[in-house]
Ligand binder design. Structure first.
Ligand SMILES: O=c1[nH]c(=O)c2[nH]c(=O)[nH]c2[nH]1
Length: 306
């Protein structure tokens, strides 16, 4: 409470870009990660807002420097979830006035290349979808860790339709059992670690889990290699994808999926003189993501915490 007003505040540094290289990691050559780090600190610094007293403020410039200093200290390979917990623990234990820290990281998808079928010891190329994490650490050690995927672009040329929806005065869309379906999945799931002491020591468990969840999501979207699986709507496919993740990983309590419906519109072109210039036969489409449908849901186990 200040001067009769309530103020909730936090401050931090966004888009701190850091690259860490670990040299000659056993059996695989150099390892590189490129992280885009966001730090938000919740601290008792009301006087800065109310009476221009900056004495409790941790400079956002110092937060940025801390990211580089801690990356330097990480001499062993580390997942970005573990790095985020490490940063959160540092900020909440080093500064008395900091009550909580939220660390957000997006990893740039550098992937090791193969040359003549052999993994390259120090060559990488950029992939597409990104691994994300958000970690909140409280001073008392209470923890929340979510991980996610951003930009997982998936497409099927068939085995998709959309029927039985509301038809009214404004409806033009024909019903179909044959269409393309494409999306760019954003996913987030929460781990069960409730305290900083619960974080597992195994360095790759978060990274491996990210790869496993991504595979379950994509495999469920596509179905088997030859027949595939029919999608009656993006909504139903989203639900089946989330359910598959929850069934496969009992320690994940809830999954949030955002799946835009990126349209491929049938192309029919005609004029009075040329009525059949381009007649659509499931072959020529106009891709467009503007506008696009937005389908989003969080699927949880009953009694989950997310
Ligand atoms: O899978 C779909 N879900 C919708 O909600 C929707 N709405 C729409 O126009 N096309 C589609 N497709």
């Amino acid at each position: 409470m200040a001067e009769g007003f309530k103020i909730e505040q936090n401050h931090g540094k966004s888009r701190v870009r850091v690259t860490r290289v670990w040299r000659s990691v056993a059996g695989s050559g150099d390892l590189i990660v490129e992280w885009n780090v966001g730090v938000s600190l919740f601290s008792d610094c009301l006087p800065a807002y109310v009476s221009a007293d900056n004495s409790a403020i941790v400079a956002t410039d110092s937060m940025k420097n801390t990211v580089y200093a801690k990356a330097k200290e990480c001499t062993e390979v580390m997942s970005m979830e573990t790095f985020a917990v490490l940063l959160g623990r540092h900020f909440t234990s080093y500064y008395p006035q900091v009550t909580a820290a939220v660390i957000h990281i997006v990893e740039k998808p550098w992937e090791r290349v193969a040359v003549d079928g052999q993994p390259h010891s120090h060559g990488f190329k950029l992939g597409s979808e990104k691994h994300t994490t958000e970690v909140r650490v409280e001073k008392c050690g209470t923890l929340s860790v979510t991980s996610g995927i951003e930009g997982l672009a998936l497409l099927k040329t068939t085995q998709s339709g959309f029927e039985g929806f509301v038809r009214d005065h404004f409806t033009l869309l024909p019903e179909t059992r044959e269409r393309m379906v494409a999306t760019k999945v954003t996913a987030a799931w929460r781990y069960p670690f409730a305290h900083v002491s619960d974080i597992p020591a195994k360095p790759f468990c978060f990274t491996q889990r990210y790869l496993d969840v991504k595979k379950v999501l994509a495999d469920t979207f596509f179905g088997s290699p030859l027949e595939g699986v029919y999608s009656p709507s993006v909504q139903n496919t989203l639900y089946l994808m989330a359910k598959a993740v929850l069934n496969r990983f009992p320690d994940i309590a809830s999954v949030k999926l955002r799946m835009p419906n990126l349209h491929f519109l049938p192309v029919n072109l005609s004029s009075k003189d040329n009525p059949n210039m381009v007649k659509f036969a499931d072959d020529v489409y106009m891709p467009t993501d503007e506008p696009h449908g937005t389908i989003e849901a969080t699927v949880s186990r009953a009694m989950s915490r997310m």
